[in-house]
Write a protein that binds this ligand. Structure first.
Ligand SMILES: NC(=O)C1=CN([C@@H]2O[C@H](COP(=O)(O)OP(=O)(O)OC[C@H]3O[C@@H](n4cnc5c(N)ncnc54)[C@H](O)[C@@H]3O)[C@@H](O)[C@H]2O)C=CC1
Ligand SMILES: O=C([O-])CC(=O)C(=O)O
Length: 311
């Protein structure tokens, strides 16, 4: 199994590192436009192999996609991260151009690959990759839900003073402040979370989750990478090992939840064919209203992308 990660910056290099030390695949190709960066980071990860005890080979290349040929999965992290004061949507113009050209290069050499988008604004960059690749929706998806759910779970674990391993949760919608964490589908070792925490505290955690990316941008001057890189690697693992894990993933909706032709995070089964199934939950009125609000926001940004693509 061979995986390519495009973008050897913070998120891409972290993803490659996790794929290597967890021995998810035999070979990881790291690509960046910046001369020497991917080669250097791939070499550094390979030199860590004797210490962390793994044999996944990591190879870096500068903008040479021939080395990526025949990849089973490609993760696209290339693009600008936001700075304090910016929204993810502010990145659309630059990142759409990058995601478009990278996708063209990727599919030229790996026409059978499953593509995972990480670049922001996430839902709309997934749409860009879909427009460019013309792949079926099962093979073009975006990573955000695992990250957003992980933040929600980590905050809950802290508040309840329990292991984060015990928290199971579902979160839907776009990767932005309109995302929809679902307390009704959140449990602590099977116990409904609402039985363990008062609603005021839970509301504060939901709110912190929605702005969790921005919290880190404010602290660091750039956006997060450890959790995002690990989340993308977890999706790769589910696909290459055909694990059929259930994760929230950004996918083109085709009528599910009464939403058509819009890219949103929803629970799916991930396996060797990519998105094996979109799971439709029974949402109540309030939850559906929040999902619709998120849809409205993503559609606005999708129409900006349509203009950029002269559609
Ligand atoms: N979906 C999500 O949940 C998350 C998304 N992100 C997004 O991921 C992207 C990457 O973030 P970071 O790694 O922190 O940024 P970074 O600046 O550390 O790395 C980006 C890399 O992309 C490379 N690049 C730019 N244009 C390229 C091209 N045409 N071909 C190949 N490589 C190219 C740059 O040289 C740079 O090394 C950003 O758009 C960020 O907003 C970040 C965290 C979470
Ligand atoms: O906040 C950002 O710009 C990066 C991102 O998507 C996240 O960390 O959730």
């Amino acid at each position: 199994m061979k995986v390519t990660v495009v973008g050897a910056g913070n998120v891409g290099a972290t993803c490659a590192d996790v794929l290597a030390y967890r021995e998810v695949v035999n070979e990881v190709i790291l690509v960046d436009i910046k001369e020497g960066l991917a080669e250097g980071k791939a070499l550094d990860i390979w030199e860590k192999a004797p210490i962390n005890v793994y044999d996944t080979r990591t190879v870096g290349v500068s903008n040479d996609y021939s080395k990526t040929a025949g990849s089973d999965v490609v993760v696209i992290t290339s693009g600008l991260p936001r700075k304090p004061g910016m929204s993810r949507d502010d990145l659309i113009e630059t990142n759409a151009g990058i995601v478009k050209s990278v996708t063209e290069n990727v599919i030229k050499y790996s026409p059978e690959a499953i593509v995972i988008i990480v670049s922001n604004p996430l839902d709309v960059m997934t749409y860009q990759a879909h427009l460019t690749s013309k792949f079926p929706r099962s093979k073009v998806m975006g990573m955000a839900g695992i990250l957003d759910t992980a933040r929600y779970r980590a905050f809950l674990a802290e508040a309840l003073n329990v292991s984060p391993k015990e928290i199971q949760a579902v979160l839907m919608g776009g990767h932005g402040d309109t995302m929809v964490p679902l307390p009704r589908y959140t449990t602590v070792a099977g116990i409904p979370v609402t039985e363990l925490i008062d609603s005021e505290k839970l509301d504060a955690i939901v709110q912190r989750t929605k702005t969790g990316g921005g919290e880190l941008v404010k602290l660091m001057g750039t956006s997060a990478w450890y959790a995002p890189g690990a989340a993308a690697a977890q999706m790769v693992e589910a696909i290459v090992k055909d694990q059929r894990r259930v994760f929230p993933v950004c996918v083109k909706l085709e009528g599910e939840y009464g939403i058509d032709n819009c890219y949103l995070g929803v629970p799916v089964i991930l396996g060797k064919n990519g998105i094996e199934k979109v799971i439709e939950l029974e949402l109540n009125e309030d939850e559906m209203a929040m999902l619709k609000e998120s849809e409205g926001h993503v559609r606005e940004v999708m129409s900006v992308l349509d203009k950029l693509n002269n559609k």
